[in-house]
Design a protein around this ligand. Structure first.
Ligand SMILES: NC(=O)c1ccc[n+]([C@@H]2O[C@H](COP(=O)([O-])OP(=O)(O)OC[C@H]3O[C@@H](n4cnc5c(N)ncnc54)[C@H](OP(=O)(O)O)[C@@H]3O)[C@@H](O)[C@H]2O)c1
Length: 325
């Protein structure tokens, strides 16, 4: 089997978790990393035994002999770095959200098509075994007609300060793009595009959403979604149909426990995770590259485009506007 050569650029918190998981996957290697800071790149490379480190993105693009790069920089940098990677002939797995808005997402997808290179948004929950299991039960008809989804994502982050990427508009902050994207993904992937969206959001003085409630209205189904940086909570997800329900244990977006309740009987499943769970999106990207695919059928360009369309619409309702929009 062809071994896939990986690179990572943007060496912050998530890049470390991703690198640890990448090392657990067979038939692929992390061979180059790039950062805006030479020392950070060297330290990262030493920690994960990476052959080459580059102290600027430009030197990475010019020299790294990789098949694919994982873009793990802040949201406002996703478009520029992804397009630069594609222009250098390197396929891309880019962190979620793929970009700040639909205009940027469209530019990135157009470039991937033009260069005939693989591009995928790193929406890791999509590939986790628990989500695959929920699809499996739903596709087998165990829930009957889907009527209701309830999912949220919250944590207490008010002590992180205005300069944190979560609260800084210039860094693409706000709950929707950071964590609200997960409940939105769940409802969209299971119910499709809604007919209507109702939104209520509380913004910080800096203009990002710190609490957000969303109702999605579908034909004969409703989704209640929520995200917040203002408190912790139990993050269980409910997927209910006329004939049964699925409950995903907290924290549902990274859970390894899921249950189907039907006819008053409960079937629970527990999955062993490879690493912390980023492994499954890595395996999907590896498979796509080996098969010469330009996009994943599990999380396609259309899926990313739809999700970003919904996020644009929600932000318009609550008045979150990023610089230069
Ligand atoms: N999938 C998940 O579970 C998950 C979890 C957390 C975050 N994320 C996503 O991952 C991305 C990065 O999040 P993170 O938590 O890893 O962020 P982070 O640690 O704060 O920063 C990541 C990197 O962004 C680059 N950067 C560029 N401009 C910067 C600036 N002005 N200030 C600070 N850093 C800057 C730096 O890369 P250099 O090393 O090149 O300088 C930094 O190392 C975001 O898009 C976020 O949505 C995903």
């Amino acid at each position: 089997m062809k071994s896939i050569r990986w690179g990572i650029i943007g060496l912050g918190k998530i890049a470390h978790k991703f690198a640890s998981d990448l090392l657990l996957i067979e038939d692929c290697n992390l061979i180059a990393v790039g950062s805006s800071d030479t020392n950070r790149a060297k330290k990262f490379a030493n920690k994960y035994n990476v052959r080459e480190s580059f102290g600027s993105y430009m030197t990475f693009f010019d020299n790294a002999k990789v098949d694919i790069v994982y873009v793990a920089s802040l949201n406002p940098n996703h478009m520029e770095l992804t397009i630069a990677s594609l222009n250098s002939g390197i396929a891309v797995l880019c962190e979620k959200p793929l970009a700040l808005n639909s205009i940027q997402v469209n530019a990135m997808i157009s470039k991937a098509k033009e260069k005939k290179l693989f591009l995928m948004e790193a929406l890791w929950t999509r590939f986790n075994p628990v989500f695959e299991q929920s699809l499996n039960w739903i596709n087998q008809g165990f829930l009957g007609k889907l009527r209701y989804i309830n999912a949220s994502f919250s944590f207490y982050g008010l002590d992180k300060g205005d300069k944190s990427r979560l609260f800084d508009l210039k860094k693409g902050g706000g709950t929707l793009l950071d964590i609200g994207i997960y409940p939105l993904f769940l409802a969209y992937k299971l119910l499709g595009m809604p007919n209507d969206i109702k939104v209520c959001g509380h913004l910080t003085k800096g203009g990002v959403d710190e609490q957000l409630a969303i109702i999605l209205d579908f034909d004969n189904a409703l989704a209640l979604l929520y995200s917040s940086f203002a408190h912790n909570e139990d993050m269980r997800a409910t997927i209910a149909g006329e004939d049964g329900e699925i409950y995903i244990d907290s924290r549902w977006h990274e859970s390894s426990n899921i249950a189907l309740v039907k006819n008053k009987e409960k079937e629970s499943k527990n999955f062993d995770f490879i690493g912390v769970g980023y492994s499954y999106e890595i395996i999907e990207a590896n498979n796509c590259l080996r098969e010469g695919k330009l996009e994943s059928s599990k999380w396609s360009h259309k899926n990313t485009t739809d999700l970003m369309f919904l996020m644009d619409a929600i932000r318009k309702e609550i008045g979150v506007v990023y610089p230069n929009e």
